[in-house]
Design a protein. Structure first.
Length: 182
């Protein structure tokens, strides 16, 4: 994984981001289309934010350094420790900034954060086969294709197949203290 100077930085998603987040999600409805469903009301946003309370999920905004605008979001979901040391990624660009490479840079920063700060060993991205933009991002970042998960997630009124892509921490890697020694 090549680390290059980035035009973006990661910020923890907080309740104070509610209005901006909802506005951007609404403006991005066509972009997100059948691929994912994000909160579009204050009540949905507050409910959605509860998933981050116990630390097993992390929500991040990808912000453009020059303007402070939110270009996208990324979640590090279902963090599992012990022998697994992994999590899954969920991410979405916001329409006003889409197509400028900000998501690739933001996900590069996310990988660095996940592998160094969180000390995760493995990250998965599960992507619907028709989502060509998302598939292109993980391919650029060096994820490897591991297979198809039929009826993996319930999205847009139905169970959707997803391609499973994964990447592991580059060596050397410092494990989380919860990794058993034997």
């Amino acid at each position: 994984m090549l680390i290059t100077p980035s035009r973006v930085e990661l910020h923890p998603l907080t309740l104070s981001d509610q209005d901006e987040f909802i506005s951007l999600v609404r403006a991005s409805a066509e972009l997100h289309g059948p691929w994912m469903q994000l909160p579009t009301t204050a009540e949905e946003f507050r409910t959605w934010m509860r998933r981050f309370d116990d630390g097993t999920n992390r929500g991040l905004l990808i912000r453009v350094k020059e303007t402070g605008a939110a270009a996208g979001m990324v979640n590090i979901n279902s963090i599992i420790r012990g022998r697994y040391q992994g999590a899954s990624l969920g991410y979405a660009a916001f329409a006003p900034s889409a197509g400028h490479g900000y998501m690739t840079e933001g996900l590069t920063a996310t990988l660095e954060y996940a592998f160094t700060e969180l000390r995760l060993h493995r990250l998965e991205a599960n992507i619907q086969p028709g989502n060509k933009a998302s598939l292109a991002v993980v391919q650029r970042l060096g994820f490897r294709h591991e297979g198809l998960s039929p009826a993996y997630l319930y999205i847009d009124g139905g169970w959707r197949d997803h391609e499973r892509w994964a990447i592991t921490a580059p060596a050397p890697w410092t494990p989380d203290p919860s990794l058993p020694e034997v």
